[in-house]
Design a protein around this ligand. Structure first.
Ligand SMILES: [Zn+2]
Length: 188
């Protein structure tokens, strides 16, 4: 029923984007250097996996905002309770997402570097030299596509941050914290 590309489906299971068998991670935060099953190199240029932070942030921000809205508008929690819950989620969720964000990023990269031999059912017995060199030439395009994707994610994240601020400052009718203090004082 899911029509996700195979590499993305494998990413959801934290498996190698090419064969879907080998695991991506040796530990919670430690990645395998290459696929234990098909030998695909998981290492990328320095900074490649930094992009996963944007994915992680975007998902976390979206989830936190949705949770805040649900708790305050849906469940009738106080703003303080909702904030505490959101804070806990904002700390815990990125740790849980860490591996998935990386797997997702690697899957995108592998999708862009599409292999000619990606026939359904092919479990990948290693790449030929020609395929490897085609990977190298595609790396430039992959980097470009990644740049665009990450920019979009960043813009999205900034929008989310703006909405978060609006949530935090907007319903200030009950708090009134902004009315006292030095902010409202008349200048000397
Ligand atoms: Zn593999």
């Amino acid at each position: 029923m899911l029509s996700l590309p195979a590499p993305l489906r494998h990413a959801l299971r934290l498996r190698c984007p090419r064969c879907g068998t080998g695991r991506l991670f040796a530990g919670w935060f430690r990645m395998e250097p290459r696929c234990p099953a098909c030998g695909l190199d998981f290492r990328r240029e320095p900074g490649f996996y930094l992009g996963s932070i944007y994915i992680n942030y975007g998902v976390t921000a979206l989830t936190t905002i949705a949770l805040y809205g649900l708790l305050v508008l849906g469940a009738g929690c106080s703003a303080e309770q909702a904030l505490a819950a959101c804070l806990a989620v904002a700390v815990a969720l990125p740790m849980w997402l860490f591996r998935y964000a990386r797997a997702f990023l690697l899957a995108i990269d592998s999708s862009v570097n599409s292999e000619p031999s990606s026939v359904p059912g092919d479990t990948g017995g290693g790449l030929t030299d020609a395929q490897l060199s085609s990977h190298r030439t595609n790396d430039g395009q992959a980097g470009c596509a990644m740049g665009i994707a990450l920019t979009l994610v960043l813009v999205f994240a900034l929008l989310m941050a703006a909405v978060t601020l609006w949530f935090a400052v907007g319903p200030g009718s009950q708090g009134g914290v902004w009315d006292d203090g030095g902010l409202m004082e008349e200048p000397g």
